[in-house]
Design a protein around this ligand. Structure first.
Ligand SMILES: Cc1cc2nc3c(=O)[nH]c(=O)nc-3n(C[C@H](O)[C@H](O)[C@H](O)COP(=O)(O)OP(=O)(O)OC[C@H]3O[C@@H](n4cnc5c(N)ncnc54)[C@H](O)[C@@H]3O)c2cc1C
Length: 345
């Protein structure tokens, strides 16, 4: 589809909101209607997200999107403020023997000097971390950070409305390969393209619409907000143990381990208390200091193998824009631009 036209975006999480805004921002771009979902998006992945952003990802293509997104944030003070961006370092420790060269080359091309290849020993010494696997390769970024996907979504929805995009509350009951959107009251609307950006609800909506599935699965993601006497920590990922975390203000940390709860119902996700207790124990050893849990946040995301937030065709003018697999806060700004290029030619 090139120029003009009408596009519906189904889902008002950060993916749908940023995509809809990017479409509307385009000169001679399409008319855009965004359908935000049953509860205006408040109990979704974007509302719960930890929002860690950095340029490096182990997959080079994901690295490109993450680095481009971080470059956009770095270059736009207003965007940083509205997305509540907080800058801090980020470290990533991969499994021993992993070759990080291709991803680091991409980061160097997009954001020169942003990421440095190092090893677990240096990271452990510099940041006072314990139990990292000796000899494991690592990456340090001095200027990564975290943002609030919820705030970014809100800002995008505001800007979309200002640019004349329509934001409609309430769930879409079905999408059709007309392409069309059918609402709960039975009314149907035709569009030139319909993009389903319904995150963990996407596969369910495709099935309810009688459309081919995209192979998406849901998976629980949870973290625990804790107090610990450790300031000046970077955000971190240790692939071997699975432990990840980030600073959350003075004396506070967000800490998590991957869950094995697949195919969870996004409307009925409850915390895994055993896992939350393990996070506290593992983190205390890792940080070398007591960790006091305050609150566990349990949510979910839409996963795909291979992962990545990307525009994918379904049938007859219907697309999906989801599959962030626990990482779309990092890539959404650039991924939405790529999706707009693919949609509008
Ligand atoms: C706990 C947690 C921590 C995370 N931490 C990080 C991190 O540190 N770094 C990182 O990069 N990523 C992180 N992520 C991942 C990232 O936040 C997600 O990939 C991203 O928020 C997904 O956005 P989304 O818009 O695709 O989905 P969602 O935010 O879930 O939005 C989907 C929207 O679709 C709407 N919807 C559903 N059905 C319908 C319907 N029928 N009609 C209309 N609307 C509908 C829903 O109401 C919802 O608002 C984390 C995710 C979670 C859950």
């Amino acid at each position: 589809m090139s120029g003009g036209g009408r596009i519906a975006v189904v889902g008002g999480g950060v993916a749908g909101a940023v995509l809809a805004l990017r479409l509307r921002e385009r000169r001679d771009g399409p008319e855009v209607e965004l359908f935000t979902g049953p509860d205006a998006g408040r109990a979704d992945a974007s509302a719960a997200s930890g929002g860690m952003v950095r340029a490096f990802e182990t997959d080079p293509e994901a690295s490109r999107l993450a680095a481009e997104s971080l470059a956009e944030l770095r270059g736009d003070a207003r965007l940083r403020e509205r997305a509540r961006f907080r800058e801090h370092a980020a470290v990533y420790v991969a499994r021993p023997g992993t070759d990080l060269a291709a991803s680091l080359a991409v980061v160097e091309e997009v954001l020169p000097g942003a990421a440095e290849l190092t090893d677990a020993g240096r990271i452990a010494r510099e940041y006072g971390l314990h139990g990292l696997t000796a000899g494991a390769p690592g990456v340090v970024e001095r200027r990564a950070g975290h943002l609030s996907p919820d705030a970014l979504r809100t800002a995008a929805l505001e800007d979309l409305a200002k640019l004349g995009g329509a934001v409609r509350a309430g769930p879409v009951a079905r999408v059709g390969d007309g392409p069309s959107v059918k609402l709960a009251d039975g009314s149907a609307r035709g569009f030139d393209a319909v993009v389903v950006a319904a995150g963990a609800w996407t596969e369910r909506l495709l099935a309810a619409s009688g459309l081919p599935g995209g192979g998406f699965r849901t998976r629980q993601i949870q973290y625990t907000l804790c107090r610990a006497a450790r300031d000046a920590l970077p955000s971190f990922v240790d692939e071997e143990s699975g432990l990840y975390g980030r600073p959350d203000g003075p004396g506070r940390l967000l800490l998590g381990l991957p869950t094995v709860r697949w195919d969870v119902d996004p409307d009925a996700t409850v915390p895994d208390r055993v896992l939350a207790a393990r996070v506290v124990e593992d983190a205390a050893r890792f940080l070398g200091t007591p960790v006091a849990p305050e609150r566990t946040v349990a949510s979910f995301d839409c996963f795909l193998d291979p992962p990545g937030l990307e525009l994918r065709p379904v049938a007859g003018g219907v697309f999906t824009f989801t599959g962030g697999s626990g990482g779309a806060a990092k890539t959404v700004l650039a991924a939405a631009r790529a999706a707009v290029r693919a949609l509008t030619g």
